[in-house]
Design a protein around this ligand. Structure first.
Ligand code: CP
Length: 313
């Protein structure tokens, strides 16, 4: 594996290798992540053209736990504001001996575009990790979600998973659907209004529900999603009150799921829109564990990429 650009096409064995490697980085309490020298002498560049709290910070912590040098480019204060292109920005950072780029961009395909460019110009010796591109993919989020599900539920082949909300604009939902399908999850559900569900879900083997109670019936895992208004160009955006009434995850709605169902959310959460605080902070919520596991999963991805030598290596 030279780059991590998408969950789509990632073989089952590689997903398990990443999850197993992540597990080896966590302490027995699952709250602390070990310090290891696997990336000593390597430079990881975080290049985020879109805002982030969890992904950017956990990549930084993960790289430091691997003993790498970390550079966080502040795009707002960078020369992109003077018209410098994405490729010129990356070429200049690569000239500073970058070994790995962690890239977030609002355009779908941006990370792949950079990886193809670096394969040509740097012989594939510089790795690219997609930290979210448009509505296309957010592979490390998908992988940390799989880590969380495996941690709490063990066996993917017995699970019913409901993804609730704005799936149309969600790179996380796409990544989760691909990962769950690859790992053998027999029932993945998409629950939301038809305006927020893509038309091709059934072709991906996903069951579609428009009623939240029906969609949550007997599920083991519930994944809430934010209304991604920044990607709803010109679309009809539902009001927060109306949306919460029909699709908000409340204590009452949670009762339709299995009693031991876990509640996940990639963040950022909009409390009172897609999720009630009682649920977000309740005993079934594993939302903050997702964040902690994200450090170990990102360590695993970076260490596996660093052990690959490049396309001609
Ligand atoms: N889940 C996620 O990508 O969160 P951030 O946008 O804060 O990184």
């Amino acid at each position: 594996l030279i780059h991590l650009l998408s969950v789509e096409g990632l073989p089952k064995a590689m997903i398990h290798r990443i999850l197993d490697t992540a597990e080896s980085f966590l302490s027995v309490t699952d709250r602390e992540v070990k310090q290891v020298p696997l990336l000593r002498g390597k430079s990881v560049f975080n290049v985020f053209f879109e805002n982030s709290t969890r992904t950017r910070t956990t990549f930084e912590i993960a790289a430091k736990r691997l003993s790498a040098d970390v550079v966080n480019l502040n795009i707002g204060a960078s020369s992109t504001s003077k018209g410098e292109s994405l490729l010129d920005t990356i070429d200049n950072l690569a000239a500073m001996s970058a070994d790995m780029f962690v890239v977030r961009h609002s355009e779908s395909g941006a990370a792949t575009f950079l990886a193809q460019h670096l394969n040509r110009t740097r012989d594939g010796a510089v790795h690219v990790i997609n930290a979210g591109d448009g509505r296309h993919s957010h592979p490390t989020q998908g992988l940390l979600d799989m880590y969380t599900i495996r941690h709490y539920k063990k066996d993917f082949t017995k699970l019913r998973v409901a993804i609730v909300g704005d799936i149309l604009h969600s790179r996380v939902a796409r990544s989760d659907i691909h990962a769950l399908t690859t790992l053998g999850c027999p029932e993945v559900r998409a629950v939301g209004p038809s305006t927020l569900l893509p038309s091709h879900l059934e072709g991906m083997g996903v069951k579609v529900f428009h009623d939240l109670r029906e969609g949550l019936a007997d599920v083991d895992v519930i994944m809430g999603l934010r209304l991604q208004k920044e990607r709803m160009k010109g679309a009809l955006i539902p009001s927060a009150q109306e949306y919460f009434k029909h699709y908000g995850l409340t204590e009452d709605k949670l009762k339709y799921a299995k009693p031991d169902a876990i509640v996940m959310h990639p963040g950022p959460m909009n409390r009172g829109v897609e999720i009630d605080s009682v649920v977000a902070d309740g005993p079934q919520s594993v939302i903050l564990s997702q964040v902690t596991f994200g450090i170990a999963v990102r360590m695993a991805v970076m260490s596996i990429l660093a052990s690959s030598k490049g396309v001609n290596g």
